[in-house]
Each structure stands twice: as C-alpha cells, then as structure tokens.
Write a protein that binds this ligand. Structure first.
Ligand code: SF4
Length: 244
C-alpha cells in the first residue's frame, strides 16, 4: 500500500477511502483525494513542458479561431485538423468571412475531416456569434453551449484555451486515463459521469488551466493511448493502477 495513505493527521474516513482505492484488484467510484489529483497534474504538466505539441490554434489568442479549431477536433485527430484549419483561415481569415461563406464553399475545405453532417455548423456558428454576440465569442459555458455544434467539451476547451479559465474538459481519452490511473469505475457513458467530471474540475483548478488542459490532451494522445499505452516511459507509472 502506498505510504501516503498513512499520512499523519489523516482522518479514518479518508484512510478507508484511499485504502479501498488501492486495494489490489479493486476499483472504486469515489473521487480520489485532491493531493493525488494535484500530483497527477504536476507530472503531466512537467511532461508537457518537454513534449507538448505545437499547433496553429495554440499559437493564437483569437477566440473565434480557437472555437473553430475545437469544433474540428471533435472526433478528429489533431494532425488531420492542422491542414484544414490553415486552409480555412487562409481563404476566410476571420469570423465575418466565415459567416459570409456559403455552405458549399466551406464543405469543400472541410471535406478531409469527414463527418459531412457537421459541416453546416461552422458557417452557422459564425453567423450566430456575429448576430447574437456582436462578433465576440461568448465566455460562459452556458452561452457557448447555446451555439450550434458546441457541447460541453468544446465549451470547456474554448474557455480554458482562449480565456485561460478554470473550466473542465472530458473526452473519451481523458476518461480512459482517469480509469487507468486512479482505478475508478465509471458509468457506461464515462464523459458524463459525475465522478469523472469532478476529477476534471479538480484537475483544472490551478493557476495555469490552459496549460493543464492542453497537457492532458497531449498526454492521452501520445502516452496513455487506447492501445499499447507507453507505460515504460510514462511519468505516472509509479502510482498508476493499470496493469501494463
Ligand atoms: S502507466 Fe500506462 S496506463 Fe498508467 S497512465 Fe501511464 S501510460 Fe497510462
């Protein structure tokens, strides 16, 4: 059992909770202690400082470009998105231009992303922000979620990446990492699991929420991958509950 379970001053309730979590072969539905989540975050951010990926939407502070990038990134790998993102903003450099572009023209550019059904959302979102929000991408989760094609993930990503807010994000990669590392069970639809969301909220509660969220995205894409996770070079392996 890890020595941190026996910290001086720890309450019996907290001891029992941690003990259950670390019992061999068991997984739990409790939210791990904040100190564990902080350690987890620190290690991921340290890893990110040396290994983080560079993408054009990470080098802009323009909330509209970040919103569009995050919409593209849903269900699509970042490397696939890069050329489409660059082409879109080369032809239609700002919100006004995207709002005016017809669906057919946008479709031609967005075609390599697949998922043709979501293409109309890009023009719609531009027009919606122009008309309802005076060309300013909103900065609350609720307002963002009122935009076409924007759900909790995209809203959280825009708030943390564009506005550096302490706003959680959860996608299937993050659920997998939490399950493996903390040994938690989640409901079938892990992205909506309240324990998962609670962990993600604690995870992003720091002075550098933007970096924390970018770090976990890169970590799950490059190290804790769905198949063949890179456990041998993972900075979390000492305390990870996953049996590699
Ligand atoms: S040790 Fe392996 S399973 Fe655990 S977090 Fe790292 S890569 Fe993922």
């Amino acid at each position: 059992m890890p020595s941190r379970l026996c910290l001086p001053g720890q309450s019996p309730e907290s001891f029992i909770k941690n003990f259950k979590r670390y019992m061999p072969g068991k997984s739990s539905r409790i939210v791990p202690p904040r100190t564990d989540i902080k350690t987890f975050r620190r290690r991921i951010i340290n890893w990110f400082n040396k290994n983080g990926r560079v993408y054009p939407w990470r080098q802009t502070k323009n909330p509209f470009k970040i919103l569009i990038a995050e919409m593209m990134l849903r269900r699509t790998k970042a490397d696939q998105v890069k050329s489409v993102y660059e082409r879109l903003f080369a032809e239609y450099p700002d919100l006004e231009a995207v709002a005016k572009a017809g669906n057919k023209k946008l479709e031609r550019i967005l075609y390599p992303l697949g998922l043709k059904w979501r293409t109309p959302a890009f023009g719609l979102v531009a027009r919606w922000v122009r008309e309802k929000y005076d060309c300013k991408v909103p900065n609350t989760r609720e307002e963002l979620k009122s935009l076409p094609g924007v759900g909790d993930y995209v809203a959280g990503a825009v708030l943390s990446v564009a506005y550096n807010r302490k706003e959680w994000i959860v996608d299937s990669n993050i659920v997998r990492l939490f399950r493996r590392y903390f040994g938690i069970k989640t409901s079938k639809e892990g992205r909506r699991d309240k324990h998962v969301i609670e962990i993600a909220k604690i995870y992003v509660s720091c002075k550098i929420p933007r970096k924390a969220n970018l770090a976990i995205l890169d970590f799950t894409a490059l190290i804790c991958t769905p198949r063949n996770p890179k456990c041998e070079r993972c900075p979390l392996k000492k305390e990870c509950t996953y049996k590699c």
